[in-house]
Design a protein around this ligand. Structure first.
Ligand code: BG6
Length: 482
């Protein structure tokens, strides 16, 4: 922690150039620019910093400032006009074709110019906010123009931020990894999965390992099943061209859902530093298998909302899933036999991301029932609510007051939004956190190559098993997909 703080202080002092490839895109608009502006307003960026946007379209200086102003999407009173203006003064634009050397030569000259003006070799952060098919061209051109070469390890470093999806499958993930390993050391590579940066997901680590009440029973002898879910009310809203070739499993399953699973069932790391935490997450993912059974439906469902094939840029005969539910098992001493249900879908009745941990109930407990279909009724359930309404709740049983001995369920709740202390109510933005951590070189909330490869192996096995699984159509706004 102390080391991180001093690293942060150093990074805050050392000049840094942040290059965004794909500055005109959706991610830059929704996440990157608002996060950078907010970090700037909080004085968490180095005093000397520059942001260079790189993209295909030509812009005059004024047009580019206008584009960034739109990206900022500032609500009235959110930032001081003076901060916005000064932030814009730190930004410039380089027009170039992603696969063409000329733009990188100009980018390199622009960066050298800034370094010359500042009189020192700055840190460089390259963010690939573009479709994955462009990664290779960008990385090779960066290398050819000398921009991947750091001046030194501590200052004048070069780091690269890569967005998900990391590859389209195991093969392409491995070749991307090979290319990155040729150009960078592991400590320079920051593979983004923004779910890892969600405050309420990080809280699972704090909660699990700071409360001795739970850790001893965090195992197969006491836990009946775990349900990891990302439900979204929204449909694919205009993303047909990028979504249809991927589908729900690769869009959020291979990354966000598996990172949630890894966080909730990893073993206690030797220490709470990036290397140790990433090692434990990877170990769990390496042991993950899809469950097999007589009834396929019990093990896996893949669904598509009705109307999906009418979305723009979606083929009329698309078989792409917008929903999945997979029963999986973690083949370890701690978890052998415990089913982990992984579920996510678009166009469902509500948006909620949570993890439910169901505890086994005592067969002789007053609440227990002989009917297996009613097993859940007598179980304690611990729910980590990742979003919205971030918090934790526990279902437990108490005696109903009265002369008879009756027992009923109640809930203990902790909600961030109900805390009186300022700072608890507004969740820190995930991209602010990621950008900040990339500045200070903390890789805890970024995926390691081992985690990515293990998750692809699991996903590929699931996709193979899906050959025999027909698509289930569901109505938009469905509560359940069966
Ligand atoms: C993205 C997916 O990675 O995560 C989207 O591509 C999904 O399809 C989004 O909607 C969910 O993220 P969040 O932070 O809005 O829950």
């Amino acid at each position: 922690m102390e080391e991180n703080q001093s690293q942060a202080a150093r990074a805050a002092l050392h000049p840094t150039i942040f290059v965004i490839f794909g500055i005109t895109g959706d991610l830059a608009a929704r996440k990157l620019i608002p996060a950078l502006l907010s970090l700037y307003a909080k004085k968490m960026l180095p005093q000397r910093f520059a942001i260079i946007g790189f993209s295909r379209r030509p812009f005059s200086r004024e047009e580019f400032r206008e584009l960034i102003r739109t990206h900022m999407n500032v609500k009235p009173g959110q930032f001081k006009e003076e901060d916005i203006k000064h932030f814009l003064d730190h930004m410039s634009y380089e027009q170039g074709i992603f696969g063409d050397r000329a733009g990188y030569v100009r980018l390199s000259e622009r960066i050298t110019d800034i370094d010359r003006r500042w009189g020192q070799c700055s840190n460089k952060l390259f963010h690939l906010s573009v479709p994955p098919s462009l990664y290779e061209g960008i990385l090779n051109n960066l290398a050819a123009s000398g921009l991947t070469e750091p001046c030194a390890d501590d200052t004048g470093w070069t780091r690269v931020l890569i967005e998900k999806p990391f590859g389209r499958d195991l093969d392409t993930a491995q070749s991307l990894d090979k290319l990155l390993a040729k150009l960078f050391k592991e400590k320079q590579i920051f593979r983004i999965d923004h779910y890892l940066a969600k405050e309420s997901l990080q809280n699972i680590i704090a909660f699990r390992f700071s409360n001795s009440l739970f850790e001893p029973i965090w195992r197969r002898e006491f836990i009946d099943k775990v349900h990891v879910k990302i439900f979204e009310q929204g449909d694919i809203s205009g993303r047909g061209d990028s979504y249809d070739p991927i589908g729900a499993l690769k869009d959020v399953g291979q990354n966000h859902v598996l990172m949630m699973l890894a966080t909730v069932c990893m073993d206690k790391p030797k220490s709470f530093v990036a290397e140790a935490i990433r090692k434990e997450r990877a170990a769990v993912l390496g042991k993950l298998k899809a469950a097999s059974g007589k009834s396929l439906k019990e093990c896996t469902i893949r669904g598509q909302y009705i109307g999906y094939t009418n979305e723009e840029n979606v083929p009329k005969d698309s078989q792409t899933e917008t929903y999945f539910r997979i029963k999986s098992l973690v083949n370890s001493k701690r978890w052998k036999g415990v089913p982990f249900y992984l579920e996510s879908g678009k166009a469902l009745s509500e948006s909620k991301t949570e993890i439910d941990v169901y505890f086994k109930s005592d067969k002789k407990a007053p609440t227990s029932s002989a009917d297996p279909a009613r097993a859940e009724e007598s179980q304690n359930i611990l729910t980590f609510r990742i979003q919205p309404d971030e918090g934790i709740k526990i279902k437990f049983f108490v005696k109903t007051p009265g002369l008879e001995f009756n027992v009923e369920p109640k809930t203990l709740k902790f909600k961030y939004s109900e805390q009186a202390t300022p700072g608890w109510v507004i969740m820190p933005n995930d991209y602010e956190r990621l950008i900040h951590d990339a500045f200070v070189g903390d890789q805890t909330l970024f995926a390691s190559t081992e985690e990515i490869m293990a998750s692809w192996k699991f996903i590929e096995a699931v996709i193979k098993s899906w050959k025999n699984v027909p698509l289930t159509r569901y109505e938009k706004g469905a509560r359940e997909v069966l």
